[in-house]
Design a protein around this ligand. Sequence first.
Ligand code: UD1
Ligand code: CA
Length: 447
Amino acid sequence: MTKNQNIAAVVLAAGKGSRMKSPLPKVMSKIAGRTMVHHVLASVVELGAKKIVGVISNGATSVSAEFERVAQGSSCVVQHEQLGTGHAVQQAVPELNSHDGVVLVLYGDTPFVKPETLSRMVSHFDTDNVAVCVLGFTPDDAGAYGRLVVDNAGDLHAIVEYKDANDEQRAIKRCNSGVMAIRSSEIESLLDAVGNDNANGEYYLTDIVSIARTRDMRCVIEMCDEQEVMGVNSQAERAIAENIKQQELRTEMLAKGVALIAPETVFLQSDTLLAPGVLVHPNVVFGPGVDVHEGVEIKSFSHLEGCVLRANSTVGPYARMRPGADIGEDAKIGNFVEIKKSTLGTGAKVSHLSYIGDAEVGADVNIGAGTITCNYDGYNKAKTVIGEGAFVGSNSSLVAPVEIGKGAIVAAGSTVIKNVTSDAVVRNIMPQEEVLGRAKEIRDTNS
Ligand code: UD1
Ligand code: CA
């Protein structure tokens, strides 16, 4: 569709977002684990935008870093004063370097715009003389959105901001989403003609429509659903957006064959990878960076982030997989087990109440209930290595750095402070004493 067009994108992200009442710049608020601006950038990157420019406010270094991280080669310009959307886009024009093609303007706080929709907008420029395409929508409540005024031919005649509109214009149901595409060759001169003589005293980007019309250029409308252009201005709206995104991610997972028993109770991230056939029980929370391979079963109340679960492993209920957990094929992680920055070999088992951190656990190792890798001495982290087929008895403390050889057995309740040789048994000798009749004496004197 967009084969002929060279695309650039300007993402407006200079707004303060004061209604969020958050110390974060608004566009850094997350939805399904991704910043809002990341969602927007992902869409323009997928569309194939060659040049991406962010417009940010003074000092918003976290925002420029996010542009750089998500869209390599993008750049940001600072809009020192928020004088309006037209003024904001104007700040980006020098960065476009006489781009030849179509420039899309998007808002960093409008995260759900789909690449397909942007592509439909851009395809209008295959027709000569189209200078602007505006993405319109028909909201349930048109509120204070800018209104799209069309001419007899159905082309866009003007965008009138609510505050500047008369009653007849306010009755128009089609509104401006804010997303706009502009022919690159016209952008500079159109913006130069924008003034600020309006109810807000702002330089409105929307004014370029009527300006283009006076120059005999065409302006057109492309429509989309209200949900796709929802903007986020408050925590309540962010929560609504989160809910929309969660439902979309769950639907995608079900469609590809992931068995979510109770999808509405499973929280996913934009980057969650679940193979077809994976079974997820109710109430599982995925944090960022989880990769789950085929045949895996995740039981209820587990929390996972930054981990890999390899084929046919099982996790939970009540398991916590932290960043760097790499669970081998057929391995089994049971309840109240926390695993951090550790690899578990094929068929390894950690079934109950354990902390495994900074460890390398070999294939078929069995780790008994309550075992702890003591990986931190208060100053430094150290590593535990457990060889293939070793058996660690319940309630053992493995004081790192320490290595347990292949096939070794650690007796229950041991505190392992030195390396253990392969195939050896290690135990802390604790003499067991029995005082005959003493229990009865205690009972009798206390009753
Ligand atoms: C704008 C549109 C309106 C449309 C609505 C959709 C204009 C004049 N009006 O109105 O027609 O219906 O969006 O939501 O364009 N921004 C900057 N710098 C500025 C001003 C704004 O970066 O100087 C950014 C904001 O952070 C925000 C976006 O641009 O992400 C839109 O600005 P906002 O002031 O919210 O525009 P609206 O008044 O809502
Ligand atoms: Ca707005």
